[in-house]
Write a protein that binds this ligand. Structure first.
Ligand code: HEC
Length: 127
């Protein structure tokens, strides 16, 4: 009886959390699909997955650049002493070579809306 009540309360909490997530985070959800399409060929979101061309990007916002363990970064990223924030990520996606001339990342995204959605998704992937 007590266990049943606990279960109900938990389920309610979960449903509420899911609903909140859906309404408040539509941008992040769109961003997830965009991430898979735009970045997923080269980046996973977990260090446990086999590495692709680039490092895993979970927890990237706030992390010092060039510090994913074991990743063979370009010299520029390896020596970077700044952390990724939204503005840096945005500039990076426009043209990585404008941030670090020797970077290995070959990609350009001119659509500000696409960049905004991907950043919004990455903010939800901080684990
Ligand atoms: C064609 C492959 C490719 C694609 C597509 C790509 N990247 Fe990268 N990315 C790389 C590589 C390779 C590096 C490592 C670059 C270096 O060492 O200079 C990298 C590095 C990064 C870094 C720096 C990570 C760190 O640890 O400091 C960020 C941030 C990043 N990419 C974000 C993105 C995002 C966001 C997208 C999608 C919009 C994307 N990348 C798409 C290949 C790619």
């Amino acid at each position: 009886m007590h266990t049943g009540l606990m279960q109900m309360t938990c389920n309610f909490g979960l449903a509420a959390a899911l609903l909140w997530g859906l309404s408040a985070d539509a941008t992040a959800n769109e961003g997830e699909a965009l991430f898979k399409k735009q970045c997923g060929a080269c980046h996973t979101l977990s260090a446990d997955e086999p590495r692709r061309q680039g490092p895993a990007l979970n927890g990237i916002i706030g992390r010092t650049a060039g510090k994913a363990e074991g990743f063979p970064y370009s010299k520029g990223l390896k020596q970077a002493d700044w952390a990724w924030d939204e503005a840096r990520l945005d500039t990076w996606m426009v043209d990585p070579k404008s941030v670090l001339a020797d970077t290995y990342m070959i990609y350009k995204q001119n659509d500000a809306d696409v960049r905004r959605r991907i950043i919004s998704f990455l903010k939800t992937m901080q684990e």
